[in-house]
Design a protein around this ligand. Structure first.
Ligand SMILES: *[C@@H]1O[C@H](CO)[C@@H](O)[C@H](O)[C@H]1NC(C)=O
Ligand SMILES: *[C@@H]1O[C@H](CO)[C@@H](O)[C@H](O)[C@H]1NC(C)=O
Ligand SMILES: *[C@@H]1O[C@H](CO)[C@@H](O)[C@H](O)[C@H]1NC(C)=O
Ligand SMILES: *[C@@H]1O[C@H](CO)[C@@H](O)[C@H](O)[C@H]1NC(C)=O
Ligand SMILES: *[C@@H]1O[C@H](CO)[C@@H](O)[C@H](O)[C@H]1NC(C)=O
Ligand SMILES: *[C@@H]1O[C@H](CO)[C@@H](O)[C@H](O)[C@H]1NC(C)=O
Ligand SMILES: *[C@@H]1O[C@H](CO)[C@@H](O)[C@H](O)[C@H]1NC(C)=O
Ligand SMILES: *[C@@H]1O[C@H](CO)[C@@H](O)[C@H](O)[C@H]1NC(C)=O
Ligand SMILES: *[C@@H]1O[C@H](CO)[C@@H](O)[C@H](O)[C@H]1NC(C)=O
Ligand SMILES: *[C@@H]1O[C@H](CO)[C@@H](O)[C@H](O)[C@H]1NC(C)=O
Ligand SMILES: *[C@@H]1O[C@H](CO)[C@@H](O)[C@H](O)[C@H]1NC(C)=O
Ligand SMILES: *[C@@H]1O[C@H](CO)[C@@H](O)[C@H](O)[C@H]1NC(C)=O
Ligand SMILES: [Cu+2]
Length: 619
């Protein structure tokens, strides 16, 4: 494993140099080479723009010729620095893979790797990613988790909503501007396919709210199944037993039954490391910690926050955190090695009859080595730090955005926009099985008929779970809509739905968390619990078991946007809806969908022969 942070020369700012870009002649531009960037990568700015990010000023990014700063205090929803186009090309293929020493026969990989190729860009750049499908038995799509895609709903990568699945040997080119910075991941939205390996890290360089010396590339923490996720999903419908993870991977490395290996990295005494964590699981909620080290948390999803310190982080599926970890000042005691722990919450994910659950040692996935301890094969002798327990997100009080939203009263009627998630006992749906839902009809999409082909509709197939959000964000872009999502049904109402913990993810927007409560929702008193001031803002938040989650977002992005549980089994079962935002404006902004139409023709042709067996929502 490469020690990226150490192998690169000191941080560089090259003013006024002409970058060598083959086939393009550019005027001289300023460049900034992020310390942990891949070899040859740099951020580019127009001449006369001055990069200002360095070891002692991580909060600054670039200063324009008039002296205007683009920094951690910039409202990036209004101001983005100019960037360049970043072309990438990735290929999705199926092959046996054994990241933990045991072969998974039907692994589906991006560029033959898991995690897939790091896609790296800078704040303000435009990403252009060509995705080729080489899978023998599946279609595919790529979704850009948490990316705003302002005005680019058709690039969201959701089959049945924004496009058809990409057929075998066909490709699709995603193109969109990056107005946010930080890290995330990209993954397939074709049923449970990302659980078989179709996921990779996304890094958008930009400022940070605290200083650090070295940065690591983003780390996917993921559950891993040796069986195919498609087979495992069948258990979600007909189980118990429900789908079960065999092991946990940290940056694609894990161990199982005595084989496999540990992720490892070195720390130099006294240095500060920026570590970027992503929960890329299909079913597990993690508690991340490093024995005897403090995590200084500086971002929630794509949103920079006021730094706060903790000994462990509770991370729901789809959530991301950036943390700065300061290495101990001198050669440490123990044997110079410390465990990185990625323990999963049994409280969030029961019942799991998993040998993982009985053994916390199995949930240690990484090692930090100090100094010459790198040269020994000994395992760490460090002991467990104070690690969070139970099933809950990090309390919102700890997660205060650097640039808060000012959230006024809702323009919608909350009663009309309250949704009850759950499983209707005694009410089987498609396949004569119980399914999770949020609109009383479990989602079930037709791969061949994406919502974006139906934007003239006035009525909708209930299985598309479309909810109409024909609201505006107002002249100043500061008007909000609220949504209340409950776990189980309304207080006292029948028939009851089975409640559970669900990490709720919204596409195309960040949302503010107005309330996140384990009390049952009460429509009369519930709104009194809303706390809109400096509210935590992100794109995934946990819905407490039996409680409610209230969110606010700006309806500023016309399109059809999923809101779904990020437990892949639940989303596939049906726990999803589509927010149809400003229907009249969708196609006007997005153009004729030529690429989608050509892709659908290829898909229909392929599927006419292969006839995929769709037993899930499709997402
Ligand atoms: C460190 O990681 C590398 C790459 O995964 C692996 O080859 C090596 O065995 C690991 N070392 C230890 C001590 O686990
Ligand atoms: C870092 O940037 C600040 C402000 O731009 C500047 O004053 C300082 O000299 C720079 N430090 C280094 C080490 O380049
Ligand atoms: C996807 O591929 C797997 C094999 O890897 C197959 O079992 C499954 O039926 C396929 N599903 C769909 C919906 O294409
Ligand atoms: C994660 O794995 C990738 C691929 O093996 C490697 O390039 C990267 O350096 C690793 N990240 C860290 C922080 O070790
Ligand atoms: C938080 O942790 C950082 C990094 O370890 C440290 O520099 C800082 O002093 C800590 N802050 C508080 C308030 O403990
Ligand atoms: C590890 O061992 C190698 C080869 O023996 C040596 O060159 C290197 O300096 C050692 N590293 C440390 C950190 O002691
Ligand atoms: C590391 O260095 C210390 C002090 O120089 C020495 O006592 C120890 O044996 C070394 N450990 C390894 C694994 O080389
Ligand atoms: C909100 O909608 C509900 C249900 O349609 C209705 O009973 C209620 O009067 C509405 N409230 C307001 C303030 O319009
Ligand atoms: C939503 O609330 C408004 C009034 O607040 C009401 O006129 C409308 O009929 C409600 N819509 C639904 C779908 O209940
Ligand atoms: C759109 O409306 C048409 C005509 O009513 C209907 O056949 C079709 O199913 C609708 N599309 C969706 C996705 O609901
Ligand atoms: C949405 O609202 C606008 C006015 O804000 C109205 O002109 C338009 O007809 C509405 N569209 C739908 C589909 O209801
Ligand atoms: C909200 O955040 C702003 C900006 O950081 C800060 O000035 C203000 O004191 C905070 N207000 C509350 C109530 O925390
Ligand atoms: Cu769920």
């Amino acid at each position: 494993m490469g020690f990226i942070s150490h192998s690169l020369a000191a941080f560089l700012v090259l003013a006024g140099t002409t970058p060598l870009v083959s086939g393009r002649s550019l005027p001289p531009r300023n460049t900034l080479v992020p310390r942990g960037a891949s070899p040859g990568f740099n951020c580019e700015f127009p001449q006369n723009w001055k990069p200002c990010n360095n070891d002692t000023n991580r909060d600054c990014w670039v200063i324009d010729p008039n002296g205007k700063r683009y920094d951690i205090n910039t409202d990036y929803e209004r101001d983005t620095p100019p960037g360049i186009e970043r072309p990438y090309s990735i290929e999705i293929d199926e092959s046996p893979f054994s990241p933990d020493g045991t072969v998974k026969p039907l692994a589906k990989l991006i560029d033959k790797k898991f995690p897939g190729t790091l896609i790296e860009a800078c704040w303000g750049d435009t990403l252009i990613v060509n995705v080729k499908n080489k899978l023998p038995d599946n279609g595919t799509t790529i979704h850009w988790h948490g990316v705003r895609l302002l005005g680019s709903n058709e690039m969201d990568g959701v089959n049945g909503v924004t496009q058809c699945p990409v057929a075998q040997d066909d490709s699709f080119t995603y193109k969109f501007k990056l107005t946010q910075y930080g890290h995330s991941w990209y993954h397939s939205h074709y049923s449970t396919q990302y659980g078989d390996g179709v996921a990779g890290p996304l890094l958008i360089h930009g400022p940070n709210s605290a200083n650090w010396d070295y940065e690591w590339t983003p780390l996917l923490v993921s559950d891993w199944l040796h069986d195919s996720a498609f087979a495992a999903f069948h258990n979600e419908l007909v189980g118990p037993p429900l789908p079960m993870a065999d092991t946990i991977l940290l940056n694609g490395t894990g161990h199982f039954n005595g084989s496999g290996s540990y992720f490892n990295q070195t720390f130099v005494a006294g240095k500060r490391y920026l570590i970027r964590i992503i929960n890329a699981s299909v079913g597990l909620h993690f508690h991340f910690s490093i024995d005897n080290h403090i995590l200084q948390v500086i971002s929630t999803d794509f949103v920079p926050i006021k730094p706060y310190n903790t000994t462990s982080l509770s991370i729901g599926i789809g959530q991301r955190y950036s943390v700065i970890v300061e290495a101990k000042p001198d050669t440490p005691s123990s044997n110079g090695k410390y465990w990185i722990r990625t323990e999963y919450s049994t409280a969030c994910n029961n019942p799991i009859n998993d040998i993982l659950a009985t053994n916390l040692d199995r949930q240690r996935t990484g090692i930090i080595c100090y100094g010459n301890s790198t040269n020994s094969t000994d395992l760490p002798t460090s002991t467990r730090t104070d690690v969070a327990a139970g099933c809950a997100d990090v309390p919102t009080a700890s997660l205060q955005p650097i640039v808060p939203w000012t959230i006024g009263a809702p323009q919608n009627n909350i009663t009309n926009n309250t949704y009850h998630t759950g499983l209707h006992l005694g009410q089987p749906f498609r396949g004569n099985v119980l399914r999770w839902d949020i609109t009383d009809t479990p989602m079930f999409l037709n791969f061949s008929n994406p919502t974006l082909f139906n934007t003239k509709n006035t009525t909708w197939d209930p299985e598309y779970a479309v909810v109409d959000y024909n609201y505006t964000d107002g002249e100043n872009g500061d008007k909000f809509v609220y949504m209340v999502i409950t776990s189980g049904s309304l207080k006292g109402a029948t028939p009851a739905k089975v409640p559970a913990w669900h990490p709720i993810h919204l596409h195309g927007h960040d949302f503010a968390i107005l309330a996140q409560s384990s009390n049952p929702w009460d429509p009369v008193t519930g709104p009194n619990s809303f706390q809109p001031i400096n509210a935590t803002r992100r794109d995934v938040a946990g819905l407490p078991n039996g409680g409610y989650l209230a969110i606010a977002f700006k309806p500023d992005n016309p399109g059809a946007w999923l809101l779904h549980c990020h437990i892949a089994w639940h989303a596939s079962s049906g726990l999803a809806l589509q927010i149809l935002e400003r229907q009249n404006e969708i196609l006007l902004k997005n153009g004729p969908l030529d690429q989608q139409r050509a892709g659908c023709a290829k898909w229909d042709e392929w599927n006419a022969i292969h006839k995929v067996d769709q037993d899930d929502s499709g997402i």
